[in-house]
Design a protein around this ligand. Sequence first.
Ligand code: GDP
Length: 361
Amino acid sequence: SLTIGIVGLPNVGKSTLFNALTKNDVLAANYPFATIEPNIGVVGVPDARLARLAEVFGSQRVMPATVDFVDIAGIVRGASEGEGLGNKFLANIRESDAICQVIRAFHDENVVHVDGKVSPKSDIETIDTELMLADLQTIEKVLPRLQKEARVKKDKQPMVRAVEEAKAILEDGRTLFSAGIAQGTERAEPLHELHLLTVKPFLYVFNVDEDELTDEAFKAEQRALVAPAEAIFLNAKLEADLAELDEEEALELLQTVGQTEPGLATLAGVGFDTLGLQTYLTAGPKEARAWTIKKGATAPEAAGVIHTDFQKGFIKAEVISFDDLIDAGSVAEARSRGKARMEGKDYIMRDGDVVEFRFNV
Ligand code: GDP
């Protein structure tokens, strides 16, 4: 499955956040037989629709979609020079599908800042610079050979042009993602085999003081620093406390700081979206469940997420949109209102589809 790598300078609250992530582990609750790796935190994507579906179907439990976060220790200035930890760090980032930077905005005299002062802007620049330098090195290593090849093989020319363009963007101090050359888009396609880092989608977690959680002016300023990437604001220590509480107590604590859901839940939702994922829903007496698919997946591809046989033997999908189903109150009533659609193999799944697949075994 797709993973989000968590990176950040030392002492910004990564471990605190990651501990909260792993305590929140929905794997332990919902997938008792899964192996849980120490450096992976699996977080449920909050979806209020599941509880509603469970009511309609009398389901015993709900199974949210999940996002995997990987703890990538060890960014330091000079990581791109490939010394010791630096190499391992870059290899770990290469394996991630998105990069989540944790940025310190909290003030605490007892927690040393590596650069001596709290400055989100300069921390972001430090990390972005390491990643951009690593990409520039990759490019400089292959470009002369590519240029030579392209002189005889004309079909290599688009790739060379794309690599030269990427080089210019990086030299200009911009990540490829922020320049619109994001992994999965057509513009990033010719760069694929270089395994560059800054084509990956970025998201930013600002570890803020509690009073900054509701400071809209402050948050707007930070958002502007990282756009078009998404920004999430949370307090890592608070998240760690929340992870120890039951739902009701957690909500009470959140109210005291003007929040309605844990920052980790927000992070999971934004992370899921950043990875280019969406869900569809199924429900029955056993469970109401959100299944993860890529945005743009067809009905047979969606069926394949449940079981490869569902995809191979796919006949059609009976689809009711969540809102229609809730309005009707039952599948039978939705059918009699003409709200149940039979969709074939070319159907592109939509968010909120409640589905039952028909297939040959
Ligand atoms: P890491 O080096 O990025 O993994 O940072 P840690 O999670 O180990 O945190 C470094 C120090 O900062 C620890 O003493 C934490 O207790 C403290 N810390 C982490 N998050 C916060 C926060 O939100 N507010 C305050 N005041 N301290 C924090």
